[in-house]
Design a protein around this ligand. Structure first.
Ligand code: UD1
Length: 418
C-alpha cells in the first residue's frame, strides 16, 4: 500500500474541474446491462471502483472499452449471471448488477459485497424489494440466489430510503413491462441521474428526486449516450480543503444545489460561496474563523451527506468552538476521529457521536486511511497541520479520488505520493 505525504500550511488557490460522480457512474454502468445495444457514457471518472465495475461487466460477458474520454459498454453478449466472488468482494457497488441481471436474464446471485469498512451494510432491503416484484429467493452456498423468470410490476415500500436499494429496484423495474412504484425511495441527485439514463433507454420514470418513484418498464431498452452528473462529494472535499486552509478556489462543473447541508453551514461560518455562470462556484474562505459551535447530523438526502462527514470534521478542527457531529446513516463511521487524534485533534467519539474541540493546532503524524472519505479527511487535516503528515493506505483514497495529489498540487498544496 502506498502513502500520501502532506506538508501543511499552504493556502489552496486556483481553478479546479470537478469530475463525474462515482456514485452516479457505478449504477449507470450497471444499468447498461439492461440495453439491447451499446451504451456510450461520458464523464465517467477514472477510478479504481470504476475499474472494478468494468471487471464485473466483462466477467458477465459485456464488451467494455474506453474511446478517449467515452466509456463504451456493449451488453449484447451478456449471458452470465454470477459475478466471480473475487470481483464481487472488491467493491460494494457490485451489488448494483443484481437488479439488471434479474430483469434481463431471470436470475442473479447476491453475495455480501466488499467495499469500505463502515459498518455491516446488509442488503436485506434490496432482497425484500426484489421479492415484492416476484423474485423467488433461496439461500445457497454461493450467496442469495434470486430467480424471477417472470417478474411482475408492483409497489415496494422501503423500510429505509436506501440509495442502493432504490437504484437496484429502479433498474429491475425498467425492464418489467407495467408500472412499478417505489415508496420511501432515496432522493439523492444520483437517483435522478439514473432515472434520466433509464428514460433515455426507453423506460418512463416519474418522481425521481422525491420519495415516490414510478417506473413504467418496457420489454426492451435500447442503448443510448449519457453524461453523468458532477461528483458532489468530490466537490465538497475540495471546498472543505480550500476552506480549511483559508484559500480561494474556483470550481468548475460544480452544482451547488447538490450540497444543501454543506453550503448553508459554510456560509454561516463566513465562507463565501458564490455561484457563477456555467456551473462554476467560487469558494473564498476567511483566514481564521470566529468561535462558532457547530452541530450536525448526517441523514439521507437532502440531509447532510454521510460521505462528507469525515471531511467536515477535519475542517471543523480549525473552527474555534465545541462541535457535535452525529453519524446516523452508518453505525461505524467515526473511526477517523482516532486517526485525527494522532495529529493532536481533541475529539471524544463513540461509534455514532463525536465532540470536537476546534481551533487548536494540529501536528503531523503517521495516520491510516480507514475508508475512502476518512482518508480524504486526513488529507484535509494534513493540509492544515504543522510539519509532515504521512497517510498510509493511499489506494483506499484512490477508490474515490482521481489524481488527488496532482490536483491538490495544482492548487498549491505540498503533497506527494509514494
Ligand atoms: C450509497 C453510496 C455511499 C453512501 C451511501 C449513503 C454508492 C455507490 N454508494 O451506498 O457512498 O455513503 O449511499 O448515502 O452510491 N441498509 C440496510 N439494508 C440494505 C441497504 C442498506 O440496512 O439492504 C442500511 C445501510 O447499512 C446503511 C443505510 O441503510 O446503514 C444506508 O445505506 P444505503 O443508502 O443503501 O447506502 P449504499 O447504497 O450502500
Amino acid at each position: 500500500m502506498g502513502e500520501f505525504v502532506v506538508r501543511g500550511g499552504r493556502r489552496l488557490n486556483g481553478t479546479l474541474r470537478v469530475h463525474g460522480a462515482k456514485n452516479a457512474a457505478l449504477p449507470i454502468m450497471a444499468a447498461s446491462i439492461l440495453a439491447s445495444s451499446p451504451v456510450t457514457l461520458e464523464g465517467i471518472p477514472k477510478l479504481r471502483d470504476v475499474d472494478v465495475m468494468i471487471d464485473v461487466l466483462t466477467a458477465l460477458g459485456a464488451q467494455v472499452r474506453w474511446e478517449n474520454t467515452s466509456l463504451i459498454i456493449d451488453p449484447t453478449d451478456i449471458h452470465e449471471y454470477v459475478v466471480p466472488e473475487e470481483v464481487m468482494m472488491k467493491m460494494r457497488a457490485s451489488i448494483f448488477v443484481i437488479g439488471p441481471l434479474l430483469s434481463k436474464l431471470g436470475h442473479a446471485v447476491a453475495m455480501q459485497p466488499g467495499g469500505c469498512s463502515i459498518g455491516d451494510r446488509p442488503i436485506d432491503i434490496h432482497i425484500y424489494g426484489f421479492s415484492q416484484l416476484g423474485a423467488h429467493i433461496t439461500e445457497t452456498d454461493q450467496g442469495t440466489r434470486l430467480d424471477g423468470p417472470s417478474l411482475n410490476p408492483g409497489t415496494v415500500h422501503l423500510s429505509y430510503p436506501s440509495v442502493g436499494a432504490t437504484e437496484n429496484l429502479m433498474m429491475a423495474a425498467a425492464l418489467i413491462p407495467g408500472e412499478t412504484r417505489i415508496r420511501n425511495a432515496a432522493m439523492e441527485p444520483e437517483i435522478v441521474d439514473l432515472a434520466q439514463f433509464l428514460e433515455k433507454m426507453g423506460a418512463r420514470v416519474r418522481g425521481a428526486g422525491t420519495p415516490d418513484i414510478r417506473i413504467v418498464g418496457q420489454s426492451e431498452l435500447v442503448g443510448t449516450r449519457h453524461t453523468v452528473i458532477p461528483d458532489r462529494i468530490e466537490a465538497a472535499t475540495f471546498i472543505l480543503a480550500a476552506s480549511a486552509t483559508g484559500g480561494q478556489i474556483l470550481l468548475e462543473n460544480c452544482i451547488i444545489e447538490h450540497l444543501p447541508g454543506l453550503s448553508g453551514r459554510l456560509r454561516d461560518l463566513g465562507v463565501n460561496l458564490v455561484e457563477k455562470d456555467g456551473d462554476r462556484v467560487l469558494v473564498d474562505a476567511p483566514r481564521t474563523f470566529q468561535t462558532t459551535p457547530v452541530s450536525l447530523h448526517t441523514g439521507p438526502y437532502p440531509g447532510f451527506a454521510t460521505d462528507m462527514q469525515a471531511q467536515f470534521m477535519a475542517f471543523l478542527l480549525g473552527v474555534p468552538g465545541v462541535h457535535v457531529v452525529s453519524e446516523r446513516v452508518f453505525e461505524n463511521r467515526l473511526g477517523h476521529a482516532r486517526e485525527l487524534r494522532r495529529m493532536g485533534a481533541q475529539i471524544i467519539a463513540d461509534q455514532r457521536v463525536a465532540l470536537i474541540y476546534g481551533g487548536r493546532p494540529l501536528h503531523g503524524s503517521t495516520v491510516k486511511a480507514l475508508d475512502l472519505r476518512a482518508g480524504a479527511a486526513l488529507v484535509i487535516a494534513g493540509l492544515t497541520a504543522q510539519e509532515e503528515t504521512v497517510i498510509t493506505d493511499r489506494e483506499v483514497i484512490e477508490r474515490g479520488y482521481e489524481d488527488l495529489d496532482g490536483r491538490l498540487k495544482a492548487l498549491g498544496a505540498d503533497i506527494d505520493c509514494r
